[in-house]
Design a protein around this ligand. Structure first.
Ligand SMILES: Cc1cc2nc3c(=O)[nH]c(=O)nc-3n(C[C@H](O)[C@H](O)[C@H](O)COP(=O)(O)O)c2cc1C
Length: 190
């Protein structure tokens, strides 16, 4: 099958992916990641949907992501959840900060809905850095992003481990690979 990237009509369906001459013979095969196994290699990319800002955000996101899992996606990556005030995109957005075990607990409504349909989901922990649109933006260097009129303040080395400014304010999910990866990343960032 000749597939041009611009010819969406030629994109094979999941049904095609099951045929022996599929150009994507592994698409629907399980993927063992070592710490977990995905039922297939279909990944839903990270998108902030606006549901994050609703008063009933967890119920709404559980329904939204649960429906995608029911449709068969192997792995969902959520839209970014800011982990502290300076990490936020816009200072006064309605997002709830993902910065405590109590908030992490609320996210279980989402993971449960996805797991109930055999899917896996990964929370994206967001720090907007120099792309933030509020006035207290911070970044590794005081270099303005080409698409942002504001220049960030450069973080001092010791601030990397100050919970109010960095990824260290993210909740700990003990033993989770993401937590381990995050800690290891934070250590190397110094
Ligand atoms: C409405 C919208 C919200 C998005 N939110 C996020 C986000 O929260 N985190 C992220 O990493 N990428 C986000 N993205 C980027 C997408 O994950 C994706 O990388 C981007 O849309 C490029 O893919 P596309 O060309 O198929 O749109 C968003 C994109 C859109 C259109």
């Amino acid at each position: 099958m000749n597939i041009s990237p611009l010819n969406f009509h030629a994109t094979p369906s999941l049904k095609d992916a099951r045929s022996p001459d599929s150009p994507y013979p592994h698409l629907l095969a399980p993927l063992d990641l070592g710490f977990t196994t995905l039922r297939n290699r279909v990944l839903m990319g990270s998108m902030h949907t606006g549901l994050e800002d609703l008063p009933n955000r967890y119920e709404a996101m559980a329904a939204f992501f649960g429906a995608r899992a029911k449709g068969g996606v192997g792995l969902i990556v959520t839209g970014g959840f800011p982990i502290n005030e300076v990490a936020m995109d816009v200072g006064n957005s309605g997002d709830e900060l993902l910065n405590s075990e109590a908030v992490a607990e609320k996210h279980k409504a989402i993971t449960s809905a996805v797991h109930a349909s055999g899917g896996k989901i990964c929370a994206q922990l967001l720090h907007m850095g120099r792309y933030a649109k509020h006035k207290n933006l911070v970044a590794p260097s005081a270099i303005k992003a080409p698409i942002n009129p504001s220049t960030p303040r450069a973080l001092e080395d010791d601030e990397i481990f100050r919970p109010s400014l960095t990824m260290h304010s993210a909740p700990r999910w003990p033993g989770s690979p993401a937590t381990t990866a995050l800690r290891s990343w934070a250590r190397k960032a110094i």
